[in-house]
Design a binder for this molecule. Structure first.
Ligand code: ATP
Length: 234
């Protein structure tokens, strides 16, 4: 059974459609990347998939269940983990309190906490520190650890590498690979910068102005020229 099937999804704000007939699927253990420039509609797509924005048309099917019109909390309860573009942690709580909250909200958390603690060192090393005093990259890692404790078969990450220093970006690549390989959890990752997706994703969709314009294996889709263009504007 497919983990996620999105078909002909249309959504937007006011009268303006921002995503216009998006279709793709995520299979068990697969990492799917959606890359595209600023304003392409990646966050809008993620919000429609997660239930924070009501689709105008189309379907979102998670593990065979039609969740298109289910509110976000139902999708979370069904086991879709979410790492939003910003936030995702409770800043006025300690690291440990954030983690405990994630565990209390899921069926999986208790089974996974040992493995999660091994990979996300801050869970132990910074347990009593307030989340708001962690660096941006550390907060991102805490948000990913929490999503992982709550997720069943899928985690959706919206631009996880945005604002991360190169060393944290390396760590993110390792963590994403580990989640898929060792835990068998699938990932849907949107990114403006294609590097993390290139190093992790099995399948990539390129999004422009609300539609998917190209799809394929990461290596075929993201050419070195595109990376050069991205970094040097050449
Ligand atoms: P980025 O990489 O910059 O985060 P993105 O691909 O995630 O971009 P979206 O954030 O989905 O793009 O935005 C797509 C379009 O929708 C943009 O033109 C944006 O201005 C518009 N938009 C986003 N949020 C809203 C909103 N709440 N109300 C009205 N328009 C919005």
């Amino acid at each position: 059974m497919r983990v996620l099937e999105v078909s002909d999804l249309v959504a937007g704000y006011g009268k303006v459609a921002v995503i216009n007939g998006i279709s793709f699927a995520v299979d068990p253990g697969q990492i799917v990347g959606v890359v595209g420039p600023n304003g392409a509609g990646k966050t809008t797509l993620v919000r429609a998939v997660m239930g924070y924005l009501r689709p105008w048309r189309g379907k979102v099917i998670y593990l065979g269940n039609d969740v298109t019109h289910h509110p976000a909390y139902v999708r979370a309860r069904l086991g879709i983990g979410y790492v939003p573009e910003r936030g995702g942690v409770l800043r006025s709580l300690t690291v440990r309190e954030n983690i405990d909250l994630a565990i209390s909200m899921s069926r999986r958390g208790r089974d996974r906490i040992k493995e999660v603690t091994k990979v996300f060192r801050i869970v132990e090393e910074r347990r009593d520190q307030l989340a708001r005093t962690l660096s941006g990259g550390e907060q991102r890692m805490l948000a990913i650890a929490m999503a992982l404790l709550m997720a069943d078969k899928l985690i959706v990450m919206d631009e996880p590498s945005a604002g991360l220093a190169p060393i944290m970006r390396r760590k993110l690549v390792e963590v994403v690979k580990w989640i898929s390989k060792e835990l068998g959890v699938s990932l849907l990752i949107t990114e403006q910068d294609p590097t993390v997706v290139l190093e992790t994703a099995d399948t990539v969709h390129v999004m422009e102005m609300g539609t998917i314009v190209k799809s394929g294996r990461a290596r075929d889709i993201i050419k070195p020229e595109a990376l050069r263009e991205h970094y040097l504007g050449m």
